[in-house]
Design a protein around this ligand. Structure first.
Ligand SMILES: [Zn+2]
Length: 270
């Protein structure tokens, strides 16, 4: 059911079950951290003392950047290479056809430019497929734990092609080098700006950082439009966590989770 790559072929309308469930890919003895998914807004950690030795030292809010792709001939493309290359004009035709199938008149005033607008928008919101996170650009700096908090993301659920969005928090233990905040924002966008499920996005961000740091912890809080607008309407937020390396140490992990949880409450004003 759960795709391990972009080729999830499930056509069943089961998005709610997946989003609302609590899942775990392994116990704490795994060599790699398990990724947990929960529909509650709690990190499940038992109030570890944040004030102790490994407290995060750098907490910055993320900013958003935009990017669109241009191929060699100057034609804007969505995706990259292989079978992923769809031209704007092709998507335009498909969106026009979709409007007709929905029972609309694609030539009426309000809709006449919609196919082009949608195609242009897709070039931007699906630009992650061809994005380079540029994580090789680093600064030398001594630090125990770096926490980049509240990196905003917007992604599209691959089951319904509806938006899900929220915040990504990345904590990592540098291996002599630290990443500029813009590189972490870019890393998030690389995996957010494509058809996604939140669980996979969380793991992909952790995976890409794993071999560049001593430990990484990624927490994603997402709001899913496919849960709000359709089916059993459910406004709960999805929380996913992935950790690697030194964050397999439960105590260290819980310190950071407690730090994020405290700030999260304020973040959402609840
Ligand atoms: Zn969905």
């Amino acid at each position: 059911m759960r795709g391990s790559d972009g080729s999830n072929s499930s056509s069943k309308d089961d998005g709610d079950d997946r989003h609302g469930s609590i899942s775990s890919s392994g116990g704490s003895n795994d060599s790699r951290g398990s990724s947990l998914s929960s529909s509650s807004n709690s990190y499940g950690s038992k109030g570890a003392d944040v004030g102790s030795k490994k407290e995060g030292r750098r907490v910055k809010a993320g900013t958003r950047t935009n990017a669109s792709m241009v191929d060699g001939d100057g034609e804007r493309m969505i995706g990259s290479g292989r079978s992923r290359r769809h031209s704007i004009s092709r998507i335009k035709r498909l969106v026009r056809q979709l409007l007709i199938e929905l029972g609309e008149d694609p030539d009426r005033e309000g809709l006449v430019d919609t196919p082009e607008r949608v195609a242009e928008m897709y070039a931007e919101i699906f630009s992650g497929y061809t994005m380079d996170s540029e994580l090789d650009v680093t600064f030398t700096e001594e630090s125990d734990v770096v926490v980049a908090r509240e990196i905003q993301f917007y992604s599209m659920c691959e089951h319904h092609i509806l938006p899900f969005f929220g915040k990504v928090h990345i904590a990592y233990i540098p291996d002599g080098k630290v990443f500029g905040i813009s590189k972490l924002v870019r890393l998030v966008e690389k995996y957010a700006k494509r058809l996604q499920i939140q669980e996979r996005m969380t793991k992909q961000i952790a995976d890409e950082l794993e071999d560049k740091v001593k430990g990484v912890l990624v927490v994603v809080e997402g709001d899913h439009m496919c849960m709000r607008m359709r089916g059993v309407k459910n406004n709960s937020r999805i929380l996913t966590i992935a950790y690697r390396g030194e964050f397999e140490n439960r105590e260290l992990r819980e310190q950071i989770l407690a730090l994020l949880r405290d700030n999260s409450t304020r973040m959402y004003g609840i």
